[in-house]
Design a protein around this ligand. Structure first.
Ligand SMILES: *Cc1c(COP(=O)(O)O)cnc(C)c1O
Length: 426
């Protein structure tokens, strides 16, 4: 099936006389006739539901759809994107381990790896995503367990060379984990380029309406944990908390990683989405391909308009010919990338702020990637603790405006921008 069809049909297949739309199973728990029946579930010997922190039918149906969209073997939903990022890594890393990550990743993920996971004894080396294969090679250590990057980085907007990162990861016997939030599986499927695990903040385009927080972890089912078994003892040696079950043996390449994540991390940390939120997410998924096409169309029109405007000093969008990442964008996302662009307003920080205040259609928000156009001036908000020099090093200079193109008519958005720029006295 093509992606448009999967967005509608995958994950839930009602039987005769059953509801056409995914039912919201709003129940914490499930009833059994005997304790023996339930014990089998607790021992992972039988499949079924007993407590929604671990598994819930609504969540599972939507997770199965996302697995199908990415071309993966299994997936699990989480209550936020951050929970998905953490679980994807913590499922295979413990105290004493090491991660190699692209340096241009979402701020929350950067904090998670640079501060919080460090406190857990897991270190991370951040590397310029545009580095040479030799430089990438040097970032690895004997205790490296995973490589991490974002298809299109938020907010830096660089495109990850997935094949380069996958080749390096596989040379060292570890998986490549890719955050595919901005591209969505409609525009890029990282598994087709060698990635092993994909994570999502479904709070962005997948929901698409700014309505529900959520995340997802998807396994390609192709990474062989047993090949370098000593690196992944959690998957290849007995789990004492489940009577000595070995995930890689019992659930195979296709099921081991997600089963372990669900059985251990969901059991111990929670972070399960509400079935109602999963239902809302599924409504978003149904229209994802239609919406992504409009987001990309609007972004390209606005990027083109801005690149010719004399009050704009630079525009960053990988769909724009001449952009530094145009070639990589065309390789990995020939059908379109995302609706988020960034640009510099002439006159720097103050004019960027004044420009944003002049916008009437676009609103000022920290969120990105949903139906309503919004923008943010990182230098005066998310990155306000940094001075000008630090801002440049972080890839968010003082004049940068991040602009997330919604689903409105591009003509209205361009008129809005034009009027706000006209009001600037440059
Ligand atoms: C927003 C975002 C996250 C975090 O997701 P939440 O749902 O906000 O927890 C992770 N990665 C990327 C690329 C994001 O844009």
């Amino acid at each position: 099936m093509e992606i448009e069809t999967k967005c509608i049909q995958s994950g839930y297949n009602p039987g005769n006389g059953e509801p056409r739309q995914i039912p919201i199973v709003q129940s914490t728990t499930f009833k059994y006739n005997s304790g023996t029946d339930m014990a089998k579930l607790f021992d992972l010997e039988a499949e079924g539901y007993f407590y929604s922190r671990l598994q819930n039918p609504t969540n599972d149906a939507v997770a199965a759809k996302i697995a199908a969209l990415e071309g993966g073997s299994a997936a699990i939903l989480t209550s936020s994107g951050m929970a998905a990022v953490f679980f994807a890594l913590f499922n295979i890393c413990s105290c004493g381990d090491h991660i190699v990550s692209s340096s241009t990743i979402y701020g929350g993920s950067y904090n998670l790896m640079s501060v919080t996971m460090k406190r857990m004894g897991i270190e991370c080396t951040f590397i310029d995503p545009d580095c040479t294969p030799e430089e990438l090679e040097q970032a690895f250590r004997p205790n490296t367990k995973a490589v991490y990057g974002e298809t299109i980085a938020n907010p830096a907007l660089n495109v990850l060379d997935i094949e380069k990162f996958a080749a390096a990861a596989h040379r060292h016997g570890v998986p490549l984990i890719v955050d595919n939030t901005f591209a969505t599986p409609v525009n890029c499927r990282p598994f087709e380029w060698g990635a092993d695990i994909v994570v999502h903040s479904t709070s962005k385009y997948m929901d698409g309406h700014g309505a529900v927080l959520g995340g997802a972890v998807v396994d390609s089912g192709k990474f062989d944990w047993t090949k370098n078994a000593e690196k992944f003892p959690g998957l290849t040696t007995p789990d004492e908390s489940y009577h000595g079950i070995v995930y890689a043996d019992r659930f195979g390449l296709e099921g081991a990683y997600i089963t372990k994540l669900s059985a251990q991390l969901m059991r111990d940390f929670g972070s399960t989405p509400s079935p109602y939120n999963s239902y809302i997410l599924n409504l978003g998924l149904e229209s994802l391909p239609v919406r992504m096409a409009r987001h990309c169309e609007n972004a390209l029109k606005i990027a083109e308009f801005l690149s010719e405007h004399d009050k704009i000093s630079w525009v960053k969008y990988c769909g724009l010919p001449g952009d530094k990442y145009y070639a990589l964008g065309q390789k990995y996302m020939p059908g379109g990338s995302c609706g988020v662009i960034s640009f510099g307003v002439r006159g720097g920080r103050e004019n960027a702020e004044r420009f944003m205040q002049g916008l009437k259609v676009a609103s000022i928000e920290t969120h990105v990637a949903d139906a309503r156009t919004c923008c943010l001036h990182p230098a005066s908000t998310t990155h306000r603790q940094m001075n000008d020099e630090e801002l440049i090093r972080a890839g968010v200079p003082g004049d940068l405006v991040r602009y997330s193109c919604g689903l409105e008519n591009a003509k209205d958005l361009i008129e809005d921008i034009d009027a706000a720029l006209a009001a600037l006295d440059i």
